[in-house]
Write a protein that binds this ligand. Structure first.
Ligand SMILES: Cc1cc2ncn([C@H]3O[C@H](COP(=O)(O)O)[C@@H](O)[C@H]3O)c2cc1C
Ligand SMILES: O=C(O)c1cccnc1
Length: 352
C-alpha cells in the first residue's frame, strides 16, 4: 500500500507556469482597470496553472468529501464531546440535516461521506462510502495513532473516492472532516510539519475551557516528544500523530492534484492533511485553494507554511467542509472572469 501512495505522489505534475503567465497577461487585457478584481485575478492565474490552459475550465460541479474517523486521544479529555457524536453526525450528513448539507445545497455541491475510522457501527447509505481502516486511532500521546500500512490505506481510500467523483463529473473538490477530538491530532501534525511549538498551533476546537486547553497542549507536546517526527517521512508522521480522516484527506488532495482538479481546503483538519500531502508530493500545493481561515490557530500556521492565502475569513470553526464550500463560487467566478469577459480589443474600448 505504501508503494501505491508513492505512485500517487509521483503522478502529481507541476502546475503550468506558462498558463499562469498567460492568465496574468489576459487579465491586463480584460475590460476593467488592471488589478481591479483583486485576489480573484491571482486565483484565476493559479487555476490556469492547475488546468494547464488559459482560460481555465469553469468548474460547474463541486463535490465535497467528508472524511470521518475517531481518535484514541479523546480518552485524554481533549474535547468536551463524546465519541458517539462522530457517528451521529455521519448519520446527519447522510440524512442531509448538517451544516455541510445546507451549505453544499446553497453552493450547488454534492456531498459524499467517507468512513475511514469511525468507532461505532454506521447504517449503510448511498452517500456513505465504507472504507473503515480501523475503528478509531490509538492515543497519540502514548503510541502511534496507526500503522504505516493503515495510514497508507486511508490515503488510498481518500484518493479512490476523489477519483470516482472526478470520473462521474466533479470538477472541483472540497475537503471536509468529522471526528470528535480531531483538532488534537491536526494540531500535532501542524506542529510536526511547521516546526512551531504546540502552544502556538493548538486551538480550542469545539470549545474548551482554559484548563482543558492547557491539557490539550501538554498532550500534543507529549505526542511530539514520543514520536520525534521527521518531515521527510510524511507517511510516518501521519501514522504516528494523525487521524484516519487526515490521511484520507491527504489522499483526496493528491488525487485531485494528480488529475489537475483544484482542491479547496476547509479548516484545520484539511490544512493539516494538506501538509501531509505537501510533504508526500511538494507540487501538490499548486493545486490547493485555501477556502477560508479557520479560527483555529494551527490553520493559519499551516496555510502560511504552504504559501497559501485564504479566500475568506468569516470566523468559522466548524469543519465538515463548510468554509471550503463557501469558497467554491469564488473559484468558479475566478475562472469565469478569464473565460467569459471581453478584452478591450474585442469590445472596441480604448485602454486608459
Ligand atoms: C455536533 C458537532 C458537529 C461537528 N461538525 C464538525 N465538528 C468538528 O468538531 C470536531 C473537532 O473538534 P474537537 O477536537 O474539539 O472535538 C470534529 O468532529 C470537527 O469536524 C463538529 C463537532 C460537533 C460537536
Ligand atoms: O475550523 C475547523 O476546521 C474546526 C474548528 C474546530 C473544530 N473543528 C473544526
Amino acid at each position: 500500500m505504501e508503494e501505491r501512495v508513492r505512485e500517487l505522489a509521483r503522478a502529481v505534475r507541476p502546475p503550468d507556469g506558462a498558463a499562469a503567465g498567460a492568465a496574468r497577461e489576459r487579465h491586463r487585457r480584460l475590460i476593467k482597470p488592471p488589478g481591479s478584481l483583486g485576489a480573484l485575478e491571482e486565483l484565476g492565474a493559479r487555476l490556469a496553472a492547475m488546468a494547464g490552459e488559459c482560460p481555465p475550465p469553469v468548474p460547474e460541479h463541486p463535490a465535497v468529501v467528508v472524511a470521518a474517523g475517531d481518535h484514541g486521544v479523546l480518552a485524554r479529555g481533549v474535547s468536551p464531546w463524546p465519541q458517539e457524536v462522530t457517528a451521529a453526525m455521519v448519520a446527519g450528513f447522510c440524512s442531509g440535516g448538517a451544516a455541510v448539507n445546507a451549505i453544499a445545497e446553497a453552493v450547488g455541491a454534492r456531498v459524499s461521506v467517507l468512513d475511514v475510522g469511525v468507532a461505532s457501527p454506521l447504517q449503510p447509505h448511498p452517500r456513505l462510502r465504507s472504507a473503515k481502516v480501523r475503528p478509531g486511532t490509538r492515543d497519540i500521546s502514548r503510541e502511534a495513532a496507526m500503522s504505516r500500512e493503515e495510514a497508507a490505506r486511508a490515503v488510498i481510500s481518500g484518493a479512490g473516492i476523489a477519483g470516482e467523483l472526478v470520473e462521474s463529473g466533479a470538477d472541483l473538490l472540497v475537503t471536509g472532516d468529522m471526528g470528535i477530538g480531531n483538532t488534537t491530532p491536526a494540531a500535532a501534525l501542524v506542529a510536526a510539519f511547521t516546526g512551531r511549538p504546540a502552544r502556538e498551533v493548538t486551538g480550542r476546537g469545539t470549545g474548551i475551557d482554559d484548563d482543558t486547553f492547557r491539557l490539550k497542549v501538554r498532550v500534543i507536546e507529549q505526542a511530539l516528544e514520543l514520536h520525534g517526527p521527521e518531515t521527510a517521512d510524511a507517511l510516518g508522521v501521519a501514522a504516528a500523530l494523525g487521524g484516519l480522516e487526515h490521511a484520507a484527506l491527504a489522499g483526496v488532495i493528491l488525487e485531485g492534484a494528480a488529475r489537475r482538479v483544484p482542491v479547496i481546503l476547509d479548516g484545520i483538519a484539511a490544512n493539516a492533511a494538506a501538509l501531509v500531502a505537501r510533504y508526500l508530493a511538494p507540487e501538490c500545493a499548486g493545486y490547493m485553494v485555501a477556502g477560508h481561515l479557520s479560527a483555529e490557530p494551527g490553520a493559519g500556521a499551516a496555510l502560511k507554511h504552504l504559501g497559501l492565502e485564504p479566500l475568506l475569513d468569516l470566523g468559522m470553526r466548524l469543519g465538515e467542509g463548510t468554509g471550503g464550500l463557501l469558497a467554491a463560487p469564488l473559484v468558479r467566478a475566478a475562472a469565469a472572469v478569464l473565460a467569459r469577459m471581453d478584452t478591450f480589443e474585442s469590445a472596441g474600448i480604448a485602454e486608459g
